[in-house]
Design a protein around this ligand. Structure first.
Ligand SMILES: [Zn+2]
Length: 313
C-alpha cells in the first residue's frame, strides 16, 4: 500500500526533540487531541531508559504510540527507528506521524534518518527548550544540546512563566545566536490553544518553508540586528560535484556578500541533494528525500541577492 500512495499522500512527520525534562511529552499531550483536526495521527516515542514510561501517558489521548526504548534513535537505534517508521507508515497509514526523540538525541542525526526514509515526508522540526535552564545548558551540556537548537525550525520555550523578563530575553538572545532562522515561541503554553501552538510549527523555516519565494517578492529578509536571509529558488539539477563547486564559490567570494551559512535542498542528477555550508570551507552534501526540492536560504550581511540567484541558476 505504501508504494501506491502518491508523494503528497505520504505521511507528514513532525519531529519533537528537547532535553530531558524540557516538556516534550506535556507539549504533545496538549497538541494531540486538538492541533490536527481530521488527521489520523500516529506517534513514535523514544526513551533512552529501558521502560518507556511516557507511552501510557500519551496513549491516554487515544492515539497509537509505538515505543522505542533502551537506546537512542539518533545512534544505537537508527535501524529500529527506520523500520518502525516504515511499519507505522504502511500498517497504520496515518496522515501524520509525531516523533518524540529521546532527550539526548542529536537532532541533526534524527533528521538525516528521516530524510533517508522514502515512505514519509518531513514537515516540522521542533525543539522544546527549558527557558529557565537553556543558557546554562548551552554552555554545559555540549554538542548534542546545541545540535538540538541549531537544527530546529521552531523553538518552543517551556517554563517562560517562571522567568523574569531579563532572563527570558537572555535566553532568547542566546538561542538566536545559535539559530538565526527558527521561529521562537515564548508565550506560556497555558495562554495558547493547541491550534495556536500548531501554527508556530507551520511557520517553521526548516529549509522547505523559506518565506517569500515567489518572483514578485523580495527574496531577502532583514532582521533587526542587520542579519539578512536570502531565499533562492532554482529549477537547476546539480551533480554533487557541481553543487560543491558552487558552494565553494559562495563561501570564497566576497562578491556574494558576507555569508554566515547557506542551507537548502536541490534537485540532483540521481537523487535530491541536501546541503549545509559554513565559512570558511565546511560543506556538507547528502542525498535525501523531499517533496519540495529547489530551494535554499543564505544567511549573512550585505548579501547580493541578484548574484546569489544567478549563482544557483
Ligand atoms: Zn543518539
Amino acid at each position: 500500500m505504501g508504494q501506491e500512495r502518491t508523494k503528497s499522500a505520504l505521511p507528514r512527520v513532525d519531529l519533537f526533540s528537547g532535553f530531558l525534562g524540557a516538556g516534550k511529552t506535556t507539549l504533545l499531550k496538549k497538541l494531540i487531541p486538538e492541533a490536527w483536526p481530521g488527521e489520523r495521527l500516529a506517534v513514535i516515542e523514544n526513551e533512552f531508559g529501558k521502560v518507556p514510561i511516557d507511552t501510557d501517558f500519551l496513549e491516554e489521548t487515544g492515539v497509537r504510540v509505538r515505543a522505542l526504548a533502551a537506546g537512542c534513535i539518533c545512534c544505537t537505534l537508527q535501524g529500529d527507528f527506520r523500520l518502525a517508521l516504515r511499519q507505522v507508515a504502511q500498517e497504520q497509514a496515518p496522515d501524520r506521524i509525531l516523533i518524540e526523540a529521546s532527550g539526548a538525541a542529536a537532532l541533526s542525526s534524527v533528521i538525516s534518518v528521516l530524510e533517508s526514509v522514502e515512505e514519509i515526508v518531513l514537515d516540522a522540526v521542533v525543539t522544546v527548550v527549558d527557558a529557565t535552564r537553556c543558557v546554562l545548558f548551552v554552555d554545559k551540556l555540549g554538542n548534542f544540546y546545541r545540535d538540538q537548537i541549531v537544527n530546529a525550525g521552531t523553538l518552543i520555550l517551556s517554563r517562560t512563566q517562571s522567568c523574569t523578563e531579563e532572563a527570558l530575553a537572555a535566553a532568547v538572545s542566546r538561542l538566536r545566536e545559535l539559530n538565526a532562522e527558527a521561529e521562537i515561541l515564548t508565550a506560556p503554553w497555558d495562554s495558547l490553544s493547541a491550534r495556536e501552538l500548531r501554527e508556530a510549527l507551520q511557520r517553521q523555516t526548516h529549509v522547505s518553508a523559506a518565506p517569500g519565494l515567489t518572483g514578485r517578492l523580495r527574496p531577502t529578509i532583514r532582521s533587526a540586528g542587520g542579519l539578512e536571509s536570502c531565499a533562492v529558488k532554482t529549477e537547476r539539477s546539480f551533480t554533487p560535484a557541481e553543487l560543491r563547486e558552487v558552494l565553494e564559490a559562495l563561501l570564497a567570494d566576497e562578491g556574494y556578500g558576507r555569508v554566515f551559512r547557506a542551507k537548502g535542498v536541490l534537485r540532483g542528477s540521481d537523487s535530491i541533494l541536501f546541503f549545509d555550508a559554513l565559512p570558511p570551507n565546511e560543506i556538507n552534501i547528502r542525498a535525501g528525500h523531499s517533496a519540495q526540492p529547489g530551494q535554499l536560504v543564505v544567511h549573512g550581511t550585505a548579501l547580493q541577492e541578484e548574484r546569489l540567484i544567478e549563482l544557483f541558476k
